[in-house]
Structure formats: C-alpha cells, structure tokens
Design a protein around this ligand. Sequence first.
Ligand SMILES: [Zn+2]
Length: 143
Amino acid sequence: MSKSKSKIERTKLFRMVQHCWIEDDVFRPTIADCREIFNNINRNVFNGELKMPNFRLVYSKAFWGECRGDIDDNTQVTIRLNKSFLSKRLFINTMAHEMVHQWEWLTYENMTHGPRFFVWRNELEKYNITLSRAYRIKHYKLT
Ligand SMILES: [Zn+2]
C-alpha cells in the first residue's frame, strides 16, 4: 500500500503543495479551487473514498474551515471555508483538516481532534500537508 517517495513526488498534489512555498500570499479560493484540491487529496490520500462535499465560501473572523455532516446521510458533508486565507498553503492544510472530518463522519458518524483524527497525519505529511488542530483563526495566530 505504501507509495514510494518518487511516486509521490510525481503526483499533481505534491507539485501543487510545493508551488505554495514559492507563492506565499493571500489566497481567495473559488469553488473550482476547492473542488480541484479536494479531488487531488481524495485521490492520493483517501483512495477516492470521499464524496464531493457541498462547498460554501463564507466570510468569517472565527474559523478557516468548518465541516458539518448530514445526519441522514453519512456520505454527505457541507464544508464551509473562509473566503480569504493568509496563504494557499493554509487553504490546502485547512481543506485536508476538513476532509479528515469528512472521513470520520463517513466511518464513525462523529468528528474529533483525537488520535483517530491524527491517523492521517503521516500520509498527508508525505505531500508536505500539515494536519493540525488549529482551524480556529485565534488558534492559528497563537502558533
Ligand atoms: Zn476540526
């Protein structure tokens, strides 16, 4: 199952994340950006198991991202993302965070920031995507 490093480095996802190191500036995502990065993370990290969420771009001073599960359908979630991120990297890290919640919802019908959440940390790290608890804007500013 484990992919070799060179194979990972040839993926579009890896190159997209690498590019963020160069272009580190305010990033205002579109729904198309959300779907593109979602598809790449889903394919490479989650084996394509996640269903395309409903994406909402919102203005918020409280959070970067938020995931809500549909209580009648564990395959479906709504992911709300901030309209403006400090960098594209932060946007991608936030997307990964919300996708782990989506996976938890699909698997356990529950969302946490516990050990179950962090089982995805190493796999995401291979693509230089950082998984952290800090999804609240105030948390991000502290760290
Ligand atoms: Zn979270």
